[in-house]
Ligand binder design. Structure first.
Ligand SMILES: Cc1cc2nc3c(=O)[nH]c(=O)nc-3n(C[C@H](O)[C@H](O)[C@H](O)COP(=O)(O)OP(=O)(O)OC[C@H]3O[C@@H](n4cnc5c(N)ncnc54)[C@H](O)[C@@H]3O)c2cc1C
Length: 488
């Protein structure tokens, strides 16, 4: 980008204006790269380039429908291991060639889109389980391993990751680290930052680095956190050691209705501040409750709760939670709605089908705030986004003693895909501006990507300088995933 865009609309419209021609010239460095890595590692074919030019960001879906391709790689490189990646990155730093890591490509914010072309490094062939430690409950896997395949392999042996993003079937472990991902059972088990114990990362200048291994350490700052959520801007993660858990022997679930959002927020806050550890807490406002209950006539807010583990403990936690919910005005309606949701929890078809339609638009924006400001943030976002879509839904599903995440989901239809794209960009600009004004966190777990690129430096405020200095030190040539995290 030539000049700093102030809004996402400005940023993307500038990108379209500067977009690479449909038939890009072969880059002069390609023969060198071929000699370095071998012919088999490189793919410049139309299918590979196309597949690595769009992630699952709804704006990218609209580009694809319109035949627009603002960000395309020159070549897709198949990653085979840390040594090969080290050779590649050392060369790319010397030659100033951009490299963008790619896992499952399931980002919903444009994170792996190569804004400067160059190399997309596809990690999905690096998918082996390296070691399983049943005593310390750890598994070491290559970073390109698919989440669902790993979970299934563990289940057969009586273990689980307890990390269940809705995209489990289409995302990789390296992508989880790159995004600072969080699964649907996070209120008990935490996010990837709690589940990843250590990892290996190749720095942009080629060094292969292993982070400190251990249950906890007090040996300087926790460097494991440095690459979590770095979106591939600081290096390539090649293997990860994750905590695993024995499959739970017992589960109790319950759905409860509430008259309003404030009552549900109070119940969730009380549950977490009482030190209970539900594996599932999801609270839907009236508009989204119709979808969650699969009942268009449903007229209340609804909460899904789940407890698991040792039976006596789970039952006791359930009883206390029911009491706290009842004091906040909640009424139990049985486990069936939660069981139905558990069975379809990876289904994303409502959004995908709508986006596939000409003019169809859908977006998911997840943010977070402390308890004292989350209701105001929710109300302001719902009101401001209402004119952009037919339905604006809200739910809260990653809950802490000090605050909660908030998802706003938009579903609607515009005249055509061009108009839908512009609406989506305006939605992001509106939502991000409100979050900054409210002091809310602009992304709870989907990452900044392109969707939030113009807002990252404001969101990080005075601490953005630390990120910029780390970037300059680790990636002096600025090759890694350029144009992300407000680093350009
Ligand atoms: C239907 C659907 C549901 C989703 N549900 C959730 C959810 O519940 N929770 C959640 O957190 N997210 C969710 N997401 C978003 C997304 O799936 C996650 O962010 C996931 O972690 C991305 O993993 P990936 O392998 O697809 O990474 P990619 O999309 O390929 O990449 C994501 C980022 O990580 C970087 N990266 C990838 N691999 C590496 C590596 N080896 N080393 C360094 N950087 C790397 C990329 O450069 C990019 O910046 C959902 C997405 C979809 C489509």
């Amino acid at each position: 980008m030539n000049k700093k865009a102030r809004t996402l609309s400005e940023y993307v419209n500038q990108a379209h204006a500067e977009a690479a021609p449909a038939e890009p010239a072969t880059p002069s460095w390609l023969p060198e790269l071929r000699a370095l890595l071998g012919e088999k590692a490189l793919d410049t074919g139309q299918d590979a380039v196309e597949a690595h030019s769009y992630d699952v960001w709804p704006v990218a879906a609209k580009w694809r429908n319109q035949g627009k391709r603002p960000f395309a790689p020159d070549v897709v490189v198949t990653a085979t291991g840390a040594e090969q990646i080290s050779t590649l990155l050392r060369w790319a730093t010397e030659r100033g060639v951009p490299v963008t890591p790619w896992g499952g490509g399931s980002s919903v914010t444009g994170q792996p889109l190569p804004t400067r072309g160059g190399i997309v490094l596809d990690t999905t062939r690096m998918n082996r389980v390296i070691a399983l430690d049943p005593e310390s409950l750890l598994v070491k896997v290559q970073a390109g391993a698919n989440g669902l395949l790993l979970e299934k392999e563990l289940n057969v042996r009586g273990y689980t990751l307890n990390n269940s993003p809705q995209s489990l079937d289409r995302s990789t472990i390296g992508g989880w680290v790159g995004t600072r991902e969080m699964g649907q059972f996070s209120s008990r088990y935490g996010g990837i930052e709690d589940l990843a114990v250590s990892y290996t990362v190749v720095l942009p200048t080629g060094e292969i680095v292993e982070t400190l291994d251990g249950p906890r350490a007090s040996v300087g700052p926790d460097l494991r956190q440095l690459f979590m959520g770095a979106e591939g801007t600081l290096g390539v993660v090649t293997d990860v050691t994750l905590r695993i858990f024995r499959l739970p022997p017992f589960r109790l679930m319950e759905a409860l209705t509430f008259d309003g959002v404030e009552a549900g927020l109070q119940a969730m806050r009380e549950i977490m501040q009482a030190g209970l550890r539900p594996f599932l807490v999801r609270f839907y406002d009236r508009d989204e409750a119709r979808h969650a209950m699969q009942d268009p006539a449903f007229e209340q807010c609804v909460m899904f709760l789940g407890f698991e583990g040792v039976e006596g403990v789970a039952r006791a936690e359930y009883e206390v939670a029911m009491d706290l919910c009842s004091k906040a005005g909640g009424s139990p309606i049985g486990a069936a709605p939660v069981e139905a949701w558990m069975a379809r929890r990876y289904d994303f078809s409502t959004v995908e089908n709508l986006l596939a339609e000409p003019g169809g638009l859908a977006e998911t924006i997840e943010v977070a705030h402390f308890w004292d400001r989350i209701f105001d943030t929710y109300q302001e976002l719902k009101k401001a986004l209402d004119p952009f879509a037919d339905e604006v839904l809200g739910h809260f599903s990653h809950v802490y003693a000090h605050g909660t995440s908030l998802y706003i989901i938009l579903l609607g239809r515009a005249a055509d895909d061009a108009r839908a794209e512009q609406i989506l960009l305006e939605v992001w600009d509106t939502a991000m501006t409100i979050c900054l004004k409210q002091g809310a966190v602009i992304s709870h777990h989907h990452g900044a990507g392109l969707a939030r690129q113009p807002y990252v430096d404001d969101a990080l405020g005075s601490s953005h300088i630390v990120l910029r200095r780390i970037k300059e030190a680790l990636d002096p040539a600025g090759i890694m995933n350029p144009g992300k995290l407000g680093l350009e």
